[in-house]
Design a protein around this ligand. Structure first.
Ligand code: FAD
Length: 307
C-alpha cells in the first residue's frame, strides 16, 4: 500500500520549492475560503505568486498523480465536510496584477470582479458594470461565464491566457471559448485561466458609477447578502425562474439543519448558522424533488461541488 502521509510530505516539499515555505499550508480548512463558510480541510493548499508558478505546481501534481482543484474566491462552491484529499491551488491571494492599454484592461485571474469593475469605472471605461456585485475572481468568472443584469463575461472579454491540460500556455480569443449560459470550454477542457483581457468602451465615469450604484442597490434589496451563500443555487431552467418555482412550491424558509432556502430570495440557499455540506445537499435534493413533483421541472445546481 502507498504511504499517503509520506507521499504528501514529499509533494509539499516539492511545492514549497516552487512557491516558498509560506506558500503551502497543510490541512487548510476550506470553510475559510468559501463564501458558504462550509467545507473540511484541503490536504495541501498552495498559493502561487505568478502564472509560471501555477504551471509548475500543476506539473508537479500531475507527475505525482494527485487530484488538483483551482480555487478563485470560492463564491460558487460547496465543499464536502470531509474536505478535499488533494491539492488546492488558490489564485485569489497573489495573481492580482492589472494593466491598461487604451480601452483594454488585462487582469490576472485572482483579481476580484469588484476591483476590476471599480478600476474600469475609475478609468471611465464601460462594460464591466454588470459584474460589480458578483463576488468572484476574474478566473472563476471566465470559467463560469458569470453574468448578471443582462451582461456576462462573453460580452466584454477579448481573450484569456490559460494553461492547458498538457501544461502549455495559450491565448484564446473570446470566440474560441464556447461561452454559453454558465458554460465554457475552459471548464470542459480543464484549463486554468491565468489572466483575462477585457475590451471596454469609453464612457462617462458618472454614468458608470450611477449604473453600478443602481445594480448594487437592486442586489441589496433582493438578495440575502447578509448571510453566507454561494449565490443562486440553481441554474435558470429554460422558460422559468428557479426562485419563483421554489417560492411557488412553498419552500421559502424551508430548513435542513443550518441550511435554509432564503426567505428573501428563494433562489439562494443560505447558511443560517453551522450548516454542513450534508445539510445543503439534503436541502438541494428536497427542493429538486418538490419542484419536480409540483411543476415537472428538474432544477440543476449552478453551484460546483468539491470533495
Ligand atoms: C452573494 C452572491 C451573489 C452572486 N451573484 C452572481 C451573479 O449575479 N452572477 C453569477 O454568474 N454568479 C454569481 N455568484 C456566483 C459566483 O460569484 C460566480 O460563479 C463567480 O464567477 C465564481 O468565481 P470564483 O472566483 O468565486 O470561483 P470559485 O467559486 O472559486 O470556483 C468556481 C469554479 O471555477 C473554477 N475556477 C476558479 N478560478 C479558476 C481559474 N483561474 N481557472 C480555471 N478555473 C477556475 C473552479 O475550479 C470552480 O470549478 C454569486 C455568488 C454569491 C455568493
Amino acid at each position: 500500500m502507498p504511504d499517503i502521509d509520506h507521499d504528501l510530505t514529499v509533494l509539499a516539499q516539492r511545492l514549497r520549492k516552487i512557491v516558498g515555505e509560506e506558500g503551502v499550508h497543510e490541512s487548510e480548512p476550506l470553510s475559510e475560503h468559501t463564501t458558504f463558510e462550509i467545507g473540511g480541510p484541503a490536504a495541501l493548499y498552495v498559493m502561487p505568486d505568478d502564472p509560471e508558478e501555477v504551471r509548475d505546481c500543476l506539473a508537479v501534481c500531475r507527475e505525482a498523480d494527485v487530484p488538483v482543484f483551482v480555487l478563485g474566491a470560492g463564491s460558487n462552491l460547496l465543499v464536502s465536510d470531509d474536505g478535499f484529499d488533494g491539492v488546492v491551488i488558490a489564485l485569489a491571494h497573489d495573481l492580482m496584477d492589472v494593466s491598461l492599454d487604451g480601452r483594454e484592461m488585462t487582469c490576472q485571474a485572482g483579481v476580484s470582479l469588484k476591483e476590476a469593475s471599480e478600476m474600469a469605472c475609475e478609468m471611465a471605461l464601460s462594460g464591466l458594470e454588470f459584474a460589480c456585485g458578483i463576488p468572484g475572481t476574474v478566473g472563476g468568472a471566465c470559467y463560469m461565464n458569470a453574468g448578471a443584469y443582462g451582461g456576462c463575461m462573453a460580452d466584454v472579454l477579448k481573450e484569456v491566457r490559460v494553461i492547458r491540460a498538457d501544461g502549455t500556455f495559450a491565448t484564446l480569443g473570446v470566440d474560441e471559448l464556447d461561452l454559453g449560459y454558465r458554460h465554457s470550454r475552459i471548464a470542459d477542457e480543464g484549463m486554468v485561466v491565468v489572466s483575462a483581457t477585457f475590451a471596454l468602451a469609453k464612457g462617462s465615469r458618472g454614468d458608470i458609477r450611477d449604473k453600478m450604484d443602481e445594480l448594487t442597490a437592486q442586489r441589496e434589496e433582493k438578495q440575502p447578502l447578509e448571510l453566507p451563500s454561494a449565490g443562486s443555487t440553481f441554474k435558470r431552467p429554460e422558460g422559468y425562474f428557479a426562485g419563483k418555482l421554489i417560492s411557488d412550491a412553498g419552500l421559502k424558509g424551508y430548513r435542513v439543519g443550518g441550511a435554509a432556502v432564503s426567505s428573501k430570495h428563494a433562489g439562494f440557499v443560505v447558511n443560517v448558522g453551522g450548516a454542513t455540506c450534508a445539510d445543503v445537499k439534503a436541502l438541494i435534493a428536497h427542493v429538486q424533488d418538490t419542484v419536480e413533483e409540483q411543476f415537472g421541472v428538474r432544477l440543476e445546481p449552478e453551484v460546483r461541488f468539491l470533495g
